[in-house]
Write a protein that binds this ligand. Structure first.
Ligand code: 13P
Ligand code: SF4
Length: 310
């Protein structure tokens, strides 16, 4: 790329020329968030992908999110800045192993967290995100037997909130399992007035300490409406940008990880850069392509989620 190129201006120009929409997750770099037409959590992004009238969807997020957009808008072209932007949680649940797991529970309904491959969604009855998982489980009859995957932490949280006995797949997110309880406790005593907020992909002992548990947009909304001045935030660091922007007078501290070498950045989300975004828009590549039958089988479970959370 020519270093004198004004990437932001070029992206805006190409976007208009191609009738494209840029959807970005809160965990993206701030410069990508700034250029997006819509920034949101997984639920908001899929709702947006389902209703957009753009011809081209540029998904600044990870692979499973762009796949979800393709499943919901199969006639549109869906591209993402870096095809290698995967997800450790999605990787923790290979579809062929999940299919075997599912066979052991033939009378169970399958709810999958959206952080999984299109093939896994195709093996499910209903998809959910962190903002509607509790609501979706509660919408089902009390005696309904349920398998929940792939995130064991969100699953345990939903079990606790609903009192239902879910069968859990043993998967987890590498970013949300690094937080140190001791260091969070120390920070809390340093800032006794601070509120501690966490994403439900965090482990149970961390969530037990939280003043608020919710999806990225849930946490953002909480910091906007709550009256504390300091927040310790246990999730990926990208969301702090919007929190700070929405509440410039407040202080946001990323929850400290166990290992001093670790950080709260998702290595997959952070593979996307403004340069890669520009290139993908220019060359309309890499593109998300899915087999027709996978799209058809994965559509219904996602649509059921959207109906329940409408
Ligand atoms: P939400 O934005 O839906 O809370 O999801 C968090 C996440 O880990 C996405 O990868
Ligand atoms: Fe996957 Fe975790 Fe990164 Fe979200 S933060 S994309 S769940 S690895």
């Amino acid at each position: 790329i020519d270093p004198s190129l004004d990437l932001v201006a070029e992206i805006q120009r190409l976007k208009k020329e191609k009738n494209a929409v840029i959807l970005a997750h809160y965990y993206q770099e701030s410069e990508i968030q700034d250029i997006a037409d819509y920034i949101g959590d997984s639920l908001g992004l899929s709702q947006e992908a389902a209703k957009t009238d753009a011809d081209l969807i540029v998904f600044a997020g990870v692979h499973f999110m762009a796949e979800t957009a393709k499943i919901l808008s199969p006639t549109k072209k869906v591209i993402l800045p870096d095809a290698k932007a995967g997800c450790s949680l999605s990787d923790s649940c290979p579809p062929h192993l999940f299919a075997k797991f599912k066979e052991q529970y033939p009378d169970h309904l399958v709810i999958t967290y959206v952080n999984c491959t299109a093939e896994l969604k195709a093996l499910s009855d209903i998809v959910c995100t962190s903002s509607n998982a509790v609501q979706i489980v509660e919408s089902l009859p009390k005696d309904q037997k349920i398998i929940f995957g792939p995130d064991r932490n969100l699953g345990a949280y939903v079990k606790k909130k609903t009192g239902r006995d879910l069968v859990l797949w043993n998967g987890a997110c590498m970013v949300h399992e690094i937080f140190s309880q001791d260091k969070i406790d120390r920070l809390k005593s340093e800032y006794p007035e601070a509120k501690f907020i966490a994403h439900p992909e965090c482990e149970d002992h961390i969530l037990a300490k939280a003043d608020y548990v919710g999806s990225t947009s849930g946490m953002l909304k909480f910091t906007q409406t709550d009256n504390a001045q300091v927040y310790i935030v246990a999730t990926e660091s990208g969301i702090l940008y919007q929190m700070q922007k929405a509440s410039p007078g407040k202080t946001f501290i990323p929850a400290p990880p166990n290992n001093a070498c670790a950080c709260n950045d998702c290595p997959h989300m952070k593979l996307n850069t403004l340069e890669k975004l520009y290139n993908c828009l220019k060359y309309e590549s890499p593109e998300i392509l899915l087999p027709e039958d996978v799209i058809l089988r994965a559509q219904r479970p996602i649509e059921r989620m959207l109906e329940i959370s409408a």
